[in-house]
Design a protein around this ligand. Structure first.
Ligand code: DHB
Ligand code: FE
Length: 298
């Protein structure tokens, strides 16, 4: 059976991708950001995932206001890199895992979550920047990402957005789906976006380090209670784009210490809390607070 062995959480600040692509990562400003991911790059190499289920948000690149799926699962064999206005980032194409993605779509939809199935889409900085942070700079002509990726896009751009509770429960359903896949795959679930930031209006530039760090504490220790946070608190405390953090609750809900069904107890045993193998927080990167966690299943 496939297993979720770890979850990774990270911001996706687009300027980080540009810094890496333009060779600015050793400049003092950016070095402080990339230093927080040195451990993570070694960890990812050692943990050898077979598939990364990558929860992220599209920023009006694959989807426009014409079509706004709340949850969209990529079932394609490959995904092109989006052109966000400066040409596509010089990173490898993203290979998918159509078989596992289709299995997860089947299981999760039968578990009453309405997913949009996407057989063709370009992936933007929401997906490529987390990969770059965890893998370092790769040459698109010679290198490949370490494993196939299943892109899972969440609408956190155009209201109404899904609640944290819905995201957390979706995480459970994703774990149930993965654990019912009949291949011995090592699967990681990544939750991306955040942390506090606001890109627009009078509060542009808002950062709330105290709230962010409490979010990290609670994500580890009391995720079900954290999932009850209403969307308006994210916006008030973490800024309009801080709402991206609900995506972290999908990855956290997929960890093995969270009971498989909302009723609880479906696993039969009380699984242990995950191990925190890495935690990093840094301000600023562009307009954004950078947060990062790696949790391993106990
Ligand atoms: C910035 C952050 C984001 O999450 C994003 O999607 C776009 C821009 C920024 O900090 O500039
Ligand atoms: Fe964003």
């Amino acid at each position: 059976m496939a297993r979720i062995t770890a979850s990774v959480y990270t911001s996706h600040v687009p300027a980080i991708g540009a810094a890496l692509d333009l060779g600015k990562d050793h400049e003092p400003y950016w070095q402080k950001v990339f230093a927080g991911y040195e451990f993570s790059r070694q960890w990812l190499k050692a943990s050898k995932p077979d598939v990364i289920f990558l929860v992220y948000n599209d920023h009006a690149n694959a989807f426009s206001l014409e079509l706004i799926p709340t949850f969209a699962i990529g079932t394609a064999a490959a995904y092109a890199i989006a052109d966000e206005g400066w040409g596509p980032r010089p990173v490898p194409e993203v290979k998918g895992h159509p078989e596992l993605a289709s299995h997860i779509a089947h299981s999760v939809i039968q578990d009453d979550f309405d997913l949009t199935i996407v057989n063709r889409m370009d992936v933007d900085h929401g997906l490529t920047v987390p990969l770059s942070l965890m893998c370092g700079r790769l040459d698109p002509a010679r290198d490949a990402w370490p494993c196939p990726v299943i892109p899972f896009a969440v609408n956190v751009v155009q209201y109404p957005v899904p609640s944290g509770r819905r995201c957390f429960e979706l995480g459970r359903a994703i774990r149930k789906a993965v654990e019912s896949y009949d291949q011995p795959l090592n699967v990681q679930v990544w939750g991306t976006g955040g942390m506090s930031h606001q890109l627009q209006g009078p509060r542009a530039g808002l950062i709330n380090a105290a709230w962010d760090n409490r979010f990290l504490d609670r994500l580890v220790a009391e995720p079900a209670a954290l999932a009850a946070t209403p969307h308006i608190e994210y916006v008030r405390e973490a800024g309009s784009e801080g709402i991206e953090l609900v995506m972290w609750l999908i990855a956290r809900g997929a960890m093995s210490d969270v009971a498989l069904s909302a009723a609880g107890g479906a696993t039969g045993t009380q699984a242990r809390a995950p191990r925190v193998v890495h935690r990093f927080y840094h301000v600023p990167a562009s307009n954004t607070a950078v947060g990062h966690l790696i949790l391993e299943s106990a």
